[in-house]
Design a protein around this ligand. Structure first.
Ligand SMILES: Cc1cc2nc3c(=O)[nH]c(=O)nc-3n(C[C@H](O)[C@H](O)[C@H](O)COP(=O)(O)OP(=O)(O)OC[C@H]3O[C@@H](n4cnc5c(N)ncnc54)[C@H](O)[C@@H]3O)c2cc1C
Length: 492
């Protein structure tokens, strides 16, 4: 991020000259997870019969590749802004089979990212985006209370806590920045209030964002797919896009047909890394999640009765919630990166590699170490060095667009930003189209294998740092030096 203007201009003009010669992009297909390897959410709230695959050649105003939160929310926003537009979503597997159906279900605003947003946009837009995410939480609540979309949303707050000295005050900048805007987004929490809300004494200081909480990602995705259909979006599942062709009107090619449209939106999260222009700007990490057997009485006895989203501020990011049926869903960033764009089955589940996450569960809830783990799964996170999403066009005609880089925070952020993405794709000139999240320039990441080797050195240092800090010890000199030179990521 410390790049100079010259660096960013150079990489941006290089990007432009590369894209002008390209006539098509080839995409990678996601690998389907066997039913037993799907997330607890997807097994608990299966989507029902798949929607029909594309059959033959057709046209649309906008074709969206990917039926996750980005694809479906953008489709809805396009129909809201321009109800006459024909929007087709093509999903390789089923809607929500990617990160959108596997996440931790934590819903919170972007007030925690005001500094990053200001750095990438400006103070006015950062404030606007943070407010938009808070309004998106209202919208989720309204969708649920009107009966349109049951997503299991419980606005019981988001607890951002410290379970070791090194984590204390991780929220200070967010509290300061939001207070400066006159927004009381966060309330201080002491050890007693945290213990009463979480049933755990591991975290002893923190803040609570009141207008936040948790939801059931499986229900959300099942409901969002139905809502999009009700609002006139055409969705084809089991329809992988293999090729995007540039032309006066771009087209996407699938095994069972093509769609030619005015605009194509690539909303494929980590799988967007098969596009070289995006691979240079993003890196993929994975996050592991486990779900226990239902133990509602034991959680009640601990005093943990609500639907708070909880995290502690360690760099590997620990996040957990109590589900409505009394399980603990407990996730942790593994920091593992994927070599090049080889996104494969390991992003569904890394069999036998849940030990660290289970150990953390037992650290936070030592009295629950006998509890059975019923589910474990993995999900891929699309990271960019900016730490806030990047939107833009891949071609000079501006007809093939992308929206990636959610960095593990999306449930309120995508409904908010999908207005920007929709305006960009429709080429409208409105309150959203001037967003500085569009066409950001950034330094390109190093090529493989340097990137992979560097990322693994950083990951090993982050793991060592976490292990030391959780025990209130200081990490070793080498670890500190590595992390100072190459700051690691802190996503889910
Ligand atoms: C383990 C984990 C925990 C997380 N926890 C949280 C959390 O608690 N709170 C929060 O706000 N965010 C969280 N996130 C982040 C959030 O889930 C994601 O940022 C968000 O779901 C991204 O949505 P998406 O639509 O961009 O991607 P996805 O949901 O991954 O959707 C992309 C879709 O594209 C499809 N696709 C790929 N290639 C093709 C192709 N060639 N043709 C057609 N379709 C294709 C895929 O099948 C997939 O369905 C978490 C993420 C993970 C992985």
């Amino acid at each position: 991020m410390a790049s100079t203007d010259t660096t960013t201009r150079t990489s941006s003009s290089r990007r432009r000259s590369r894209r002008s010669h390209r006539t098509e992009w080839h995409l990678r297909r996601p690998v389907d997870a066997p039913a037993a390897d799907r997330s607890f959410w997807l097994q608990d709230a299966p989507a029902g019969p798949a929607l029909p695959s594309l059959a033959g050649d057709t046209t649309a105003d906008v074709v969206i590749v990917g039926g996750g939160l980005t694809g479906l929310w953008t489709a809805l926003r396009i129909r809201e802004a321009a109800p006459e537009k024909r929007v087709v979503v093509l999903e390789a597997l089923t809607c929500g089979s990617g990160a959108s159906g596997r996440n931790g279900g934590q819903v919170h605003s972007w007030y925690e990212s005001l500094d990053r947003l200001t750095h990438v946009t400006d103070a006015a837009e950062a404030e606007r985006l943070a407010r938009a995410t808070s309004e998106a939480i209202d919208e989720l609540h309204d969708l649920q209370s009107s009966g349109e979309l049951d997503m299991g949303l419980r606005l019981d707050g988001w607890l951002w806590t410290a379970s070791s000295r090194a984590q204390e005050g991780a929220w200070d900048d967010a509290v300061r920045a939001s207070s400066a805007l006159g927004v009381d987004a966060y309330t201080p929490q002491d050890a007693d209030t945290i213990a009463r809300s979480t049933g755990s004494t591991a975290s002893y200081v923190g803040v609570r964002e009141t207008h936040a909480g948790s939801l059931h990602p499986g229900k959300l995705m099942r409901g969002l797919r139905a809502l999009a259909e009700r609002r006139g979006v055409v969705i084809h599942e089991h329809t992988p896009v293999d090729t995007i062709r540039i032309g006066p009107r771009p087209s996407v090619v699938t095994p069972t047909g093509t769609v030619t449209a005015d605009a194509v939106l690539v909303a494929t999260n980590v799988w967007a890394s098969s596009i070289p222009e995006l691979r240079r700007r993003m890196f993929i990490v994975d996050s592991e999640v486990i779900a226990t057997e239902p133990i509602p009485e034991r959680l009640d006895a601990l005093g943990w009765t609500g639907g708070e989203a909880i995290c502690d501020a360690q760099q590997q990011v620990l996040y957990y919630q109590r589900t409505a049926d009394g399980r603990i869903v407990f996730g942790r960033g593994s920091g593992r990166t994927i070599f090049a764009d080889r996104v494969g089955a390991s992003l569904n589940r890394r069999s036998g590699e849940r030990t660290d996450t289970v150990a953390e569960l037992h650290r936070v809830f030592p009295e629950l170490s006998d509890v059975r783990i019923d589910y474990d799964w993995t999900g891929g996170i699309d990271c960019v060095p900016e730490h806030v999403p990047i939107f833009g066009a891949l071609d000079d005609q501006r007809s093939v667009f992308y929206a990636v880089g959610w960095n593990g925070t999306a449930l309120a952020q995508i409904p908010a930003c999908s207005r920007i993405i929709a305006s960009m794709v429709l080429k409208r000139d409105d309150e959203w189209s001037g967003s500085k999240l569009i066409d950001q320039t950034s330094p390109t990441l190093p090529p493989e294998p340097i990137r992979f080797i560097g990322a693994n050195i950083v990951r090993a240092a982050v793991v060592r740092k976490n292990r030391a800090e959780i025990r209130n010890r200081r990490p070793g000199l080498l670890t500190r030096l590595i992390l100072r030179l190459m700051p690691g990521s802190s996503e889910h």
